[in-house]
Design a binder for this molecule. Structure first.
Ligand SMILES: Nc1ncnc2c1ncn2[C@@H]1O[C@H](COP(=O)(O)OP(=O)(O)OP(=O)(O)O)[C@@H](O)[C@H]1O
Ligand SMILES: [Mg+2]
Length: 322
């Protein structure tokens, strides 16, 4: 990756500003009145079920699709119609990336790099960074799915863009590849780059993102820091008690227990008063082997996306309130 510094000057202006954007395909609303600012240097995650409108929204930000209405600004400029001035400043990996399939990996990335004036050293270091350092001479059409995904990510990063859009970059990666990419992305963020990405891996979004936005049926229902979302919407903890220690009925009658179920080899006690339940359990079963699970972003996400509402939720969502 090249070492261009993020452009100074208008640092207070958001990297991406989206105002009341809508987009329909035929009669169907894919993006429905979304407003959002992505700050410079921010790692922003767009979450939501299949078909929620994430790719459509990201492609509108990238200038690959035209919104039906609303306004989009990238570094203060409209990305649509195709804004060639913005292209060197943006790196884009789409969900269905296109490749020069007859070229080798190195030739492909060299071609992409040449389009943006990036040098050969950037090609080598980017291939290394995405774990394709030993695949230089393999033809693109011989790559595995995950290797193609790595090349797509490399193609978005090779010219050292300030603003990086990645649409499900880790979807096809193996667990080690996923962790390696986390480090690459953290490194980019540490160098001041802005990252907008989509994912269905909620553990990943929780680990990486400064803020996440959750789209449901084209509407951005909440935007906040992962830990604040968990604090606001996470409802209680789960205590896992090995089966045989206490029967279900007795556990359900303990003070502070909201519900009890059997999962695997455990009795699972849902509670919003962990301390009280542990204090009640201790003299009955002992606490050896009892595990406490606090809510995760995934719990909160499932709760939010399965509510049958698309109304904005109360949270630190300045864009929605604006
Ligand atoms: N080119 C298109 N023509 C017609 N409908 C489309 C097109 N692209 C997307 N859609 C529709 O728009 C809606 C949103 O699709 P989109 O691809 O933005 O969702 P997504 O959140 O990215 O989903 P996923 O998690 O599956 O990638 C879906 O109902 C989809 O069928
Ligand atoms: Mg998508």
């Amino acid at each position: 990756m090249s070492s261009t510094s993020p452009t100074a000057g208008t640092d207070s202006e958001p990297a991406v500003s989206v105002r009341d954007v809508t987009k329909s395909y035929g009669g169907r609303r894919a993006v429905d009145g979304v407003s959002l600012d992505v700050r410079r240097g921010e790692f922003f995650g767009l979450l939501g079920p299949n078909g929620a409108g994430k790719s459509t929204l990201v492609e509108i930000m990238e200038g690959l699709r035209q919104a039906d209405s609303g306004e989009v600004a990238v570094f203060g400029e409209s990305p649509w119609p195709r804004n060639t001035g913005l292209l060197p400043r943006m790196g884009v990996q789409t969900q269905s990336s296109a490749f020069f399939v007859r070229l080798t990996v190195h030739e492909h990335l060299r071609t992409v790099a040449a389009l943006f004036g990036a040098d050969r050293a950037a090609v080598d270091s980017t291939l290394e960074a995405v774990g394709l350092g030993d695949r230089h001479d393999v033809r693109v059409d011989s790559l595995s799915g995950g290797q193609r995904q790595r090349l797509a990510i490399a193609s978005a990063l090779v010219h050292g863009p300030e603003l990086i859009f990645l649409d499900e970059p880790t979807a096809a990666l193996d667990p080690a590849g996923r962790r390696d990419l986390w480090e690459v992305l953290r490194g980019l963020k540490a160098r001041g780059r802005t990252i907008v990405y989509t994912t269905h891996h909620l553990d990943e979004a929780e680990a990486l993102c400064d803020r996440v936005g959750i789209l449901v049926s084209g509407r951005l229902v909440v935007t906040d820091e992962p830990q604040r979302l968990i604090g606001t919407f996470g409802s209680g903890s789960r205590l896992l008690v090995p089966l045989g220690r206490i029967d279900e009925e007795r556990a359900a009658a303990l003070p502070g227990v909201d519900s009890v179920s059997v999962q695997g080899g455990h009795l699972v006690l849902e509670t919003r008063a962990t301390g009280r339940v542990l204090a009640a359990l201790d003299p009955l079963t002992g606490l050896d082997g009892v595990q406490t699970r606090t809510p995760s972003l995934e719990d909160v996400y499932l709760d939010i996306t399965t509510r049958q509402t698309d109304a904005p939720l109360a949270s630190n969502n300045q864009e929605q309130q604006a």
